[in-house]
Design a protein around this ligand. Sequence first.
Ligand code: ZN
Length: 277
Amino acid sequence: MRLANLRGRAHLVVDDGAVDIADLTDGRIGPDMTSAIAHIDALAGLDLGGADRVAINQDELGPVSDEPRQIIAIGINYHDHAAEMGLDLAKVPATFVKFRSALTGPHPVVVLPNEHCDYETEMVVVIKEHAQHLTADTAWDVVAGLTLGQDLSDRYTQMEAGRQFSLGKSHRGFAPVGPIMVTPDEFRDRNDIRLQCSINGELRQDATTAQMIYSVADILVALTGIIDLYPGDLIYTGCPKGAGQSFDPPRFLAPGDELECSMESVGDITIRFVGAN
Ligand code: ZN
């Protein structure tokens, strides 16, 4: 199943367009994405035969989870990214938050606050239900779907106050997700999904999630040993090598840059960057 936030309402994405979930269910599910995500198993059995289709206008897509209680992110989760950042592997996943006001849809114009801003292309996990103390065997049971995200990062604010990750990664517009959310069963292999990112047409990141240090199950087990997860929560799972900071000198984002990143079976995020003035 594929879900999209179209004009602020949850839709099922089908071959010939999108179906409004609240209309389809006489208001039992939706219209918000959190409701659709929490009831995603019930959506699987619905008959779409006579439902009205609407066209998907990319400019009208919002974040695939519209009111997440938490946006959690994992740092240093690819061996090659850890090496290029000069960071040692930790025995627990490096974890920070992206504050909710950074959340945006898949095609934003983002204001760069300074000359130290970077891109990180990541698979994002969407949580289906309240979860505590998951195990390797139960972790995937709470995953509603997977989507693509950019963990945009202001390296100055991130590093200046002793690795203040959360604030440096939460400028307005710094948490785009989308364009759609796809249930795990739709992937060729839910543990081996290709991610790519280009800046102004130049390929910078190209990897698969099979290269992650902590798998989705590992991350969910580690997180839920300590915190609760809730329907609609988003978890960024870390980025592979090729971020701007890895170059010498760094190749940070500049006004006018166009970012395009993609995830197998999910689609593209596109971002245009502008200056602060
Ligand atoms: Zn990241």
